[in-house]
Design a protein. Structure first.
Length: 631
């Protein structure tokens, strides 16, 4: 039987969309509609968080029937995804109370209505336990996110490209599910798990689903819609798209490749690992060249999706090789980073939205000095920047540490050169991510204002601060609390492969993390945090004890005559910071469009009246084929 809170969560999203549309359309009360949209989305998200936490804590799957979706199954993977969706949804809904004023008179009511439907579709997709309900919700996710991108009148081209690419992915996924359902004779996921496909047919289903869901996940070379669609969406919607929606692609790959097919072929895992490593390096490399803050964050989504794929690939290699250690570490790193990335990337997009709320620009070279004028936003953004840069003791560091340990464990097998190369690529990715966010934080929040609007900025309204600080706090909890949270996430990964790997392994002892073997490595985030705090206060203590007489006051004057006055020409631009690297990697930047599938779809995205409707027709035809022809 389904928990009442789970039903309530779905109904609240639908009610939010319905009442918001009625208040805005029939009553012409836009402010009331916006409050209803945000308030009911917040309540629905909080109800979903409660259900997810209870399911994850108990470890007991939930089964039932829902007339909207058919059969419903909330296993540990679905519960983790439900937590990701509703936790970020809670912060975004709270944030939207004030942020939606940025779109007043420019489709604000429509944005709120679509946000509720967007949340409903994502929750429905992870709950569905049959192909038809799953794919219907998958398509609803595409359509609602498309209209959310299109709400920006300047984003017609970007929204068309997004729709075309995701419908291509949908068509591939539909064919994969049709093959699965045809072999099992049922649309139910329980039947798909029991059929045990093998050989060429299993590989075909894997390739179709990997490419189809990969277009939603956005890894290289299927990432073309990400840097063009996400930046033009409202910032709180960008947070949902980048932090949550792309994870549905990874969720789909996990469902098909591991849950349905059992990751039976070794080359599948190597393929996922190689694509992940390349996506991680190229994503951060492209991000470094960006001056547009939201495009930069979109490319970092490509990077982090690649890191998650690396963990997934290691787990799949372990399954094919019957190596429980690789399975446990790979899936733990992947699932933990999936959760972590959802939190810190949503935080960064919302922090960017707060900056744009005051400055109305995405150009970093027009920012500067915002830490003094917007201190809470600056603090939240700093935590997010440290987390995405994998700096200890925050959450991004912990999940990447587990992926490193998985790769190092894989090198001990000595069967492939892929693992050592992947270690190097992950290390390069981490170094460049730190460089990128030193640039971002230094140019946007430090120094002196680089424009008149930047000099006049002030802190954003309280609900926007509360939304960003909520996610910043979660980053700290997932980092410092990793010794107690990682074993739980490990259990969720083990539950996914229980049929293939029956062992349960420990990844923590007290406040210390270990990669199943304490002789390989140990890590204690709380100890690191205490040490870092000590390193901060010890110099201050020494200064207080041994300080001498104060120096005389510094006098302003021309800097080049040993004065201390600031001059604008002393500031580095975002391009200057990365100039040397861009010169070194110029061949890659010149070939950037060739690494992007979207470049070959440029002409298609320009003619939505033909290509768009043809793709809609193809998707509908495949739906009908699967629904009536499986039996």
């Amino acid at each position: 039987m389904l928990p009442p809170l789970l039903l309530g969560s779905l109904l609240l999203f639908l009610l939010g969309a319905l009442l918001g549309a009625a208040a805005g359309g029939l009553l012409k009360q836009a402010s009331l509609a916006n409050r209803l949209n945000s308030g009911l989305a917040l309540l629905g998200s909080l109800a979903g968080v409660a259900v997810a936490v209870e399911a994850l804590a108990s470890g007991t799957p939930i089964d039932g029937q829902l007339w909207l979706l058919g059969s419903v199954h909330l296993d540990m993977l679905a519960a983790l995804m439900l937590l990701v969706i509703t936790l970020v949804g809670s912060a975004v809904s709270l944030y939207s109370f004030a942020y939606i004023k940025e779109y007043q008179g420019k489709g604000d009511v429509s944005i709120g209505v679509l946000m509720n439907l967007f949340l409903f579709a994502m929750v429905g997709m992870v709950l569905a336990d049959n192909a038809l309900g799953f794919l219907l919700c998958y398509e609803l996710v595409t359509l609602t996110s498309y209209w959310l991108v299109k709400c920006n009148p300047e984003a017609a081209k970007q929204s068309r490209l997004y729709l075309v690419m995701n419908h291509i992915g949908m068509a591939l996924v539909l064919v994969a599910f049709w093959l699965l359902c045809r072999e099992s004779g049922s649309l139910e996921f329980s039947a798909l798990r029991e059929q045990h496909l093998a050989g060429a047919l299993a590989s075909l289903v894997f390739l179709l689903s990997f490419c189809g869901f990969g277009l939603r996940a956005g890894f290289v070379p299927l990432h073309g819609w990400l840097p063009v669609a996400e930046p033009v969406a409202p910032s709180h919607i960008s947070a949902l798209m980048s932090g949550v929606m792309v994870k549905l692609g990874l969720f789909g790959i996990l469902r098909v490749a591991i849950d349905f097919l059992g990751a039976s072929q070794l080359w599948w895992g190597y393929m996922v690992l190689i694509f992940g490593a390349c996506s991680a390096v190229l994503g951060v490399l492209f991000a470094l060249a960006e001056h547009d803050l939201k495009r930069l964050l979109a490319y970092h989504t490509v990077e982090n999706i690649g890191i998650i794929l690396m963990g997934m690939g290691i787990g799949m290699i372990g399954l094919a090789n019957q190596q429980p250690t690789l399975v446990a570490l790979g899936l733990l790193g992947a699932l933990y980073h999936l959760l972590n990335h959802a939190i810190f990337k949503s935080l960064l997009f919302m922090g960017t939205g707060s900056v744009m709320f005051r400055l109305h620009t995405r150009d970093m070279d027009k920012m500067g000095g915002l830490a003094k004028l917007m201190p809470w936003t600056a603090l939240a953004f700093l935590i997010g920047a440290m987390a995405i840069s994998a700096l200890p003791p925050l959450n991004g560091f912990v999940s990447e540490w587990f992926i490193y340990q998985a790769l190092l464990s894989m090198t001990k097998l000595g069967t492939s050169i892929v693992a050592p190369l992947a270690v190097v690529m992950l290390a390069v990715t981490g170094a460049m991510a730190v460089m990128c966010f030193v640039k971002v934080y230094g140019i946007c929040f430090c120094g002196a204002p680089r424009s008149e609007k930047a000099s006049q900025a002030r802190e954003v309204p309280g609900t926007m601060v509360a939304g960003t600080m909520l996610l910043a706090a979660v980053c700290l909890v997932l980092g410092l609390g990793a010794p107690w949270i990682a074993p739980l996430v490990n259990g969720y990964g083990q539950a996914l492969v229980a049929a293939q790997v029956a062992s349960q392994m420990s990844v923590a002892t007290g406040a210390t993390l270990l990669p199943l073997d304490s002789s390989q490595a140990v890590l204690s985030p709380p100890v690191i945090a205490i040490t870092l705090i000590g390193l901060f206060f010890i110099p201050l203590l020494l200064l207080a004890l041994f300080k001498g007489p104060k120096l005389g006051r510094r006098h302003a004057g021309t800097p080049w005559a040993c004065g201390y006055a600031y001059e604008e020409r002393m500031s580095l631009t975002s391009g200057a910071v990365t100039h040397t690297l861009r010169q070194l990697c110029a061949p890659l930047y010149r070939k950037q469009s060739r690494l992007d599938l979207a470049s070959s779809l440029h002409g298609v995205s320009e003619s939505p009246s033909t290509a768009g409707w043809l793709l809609h027709g193809l998707v509908l035809a495949l739906f009908i084929l699967m629904a009536v022809g499986v039996q």
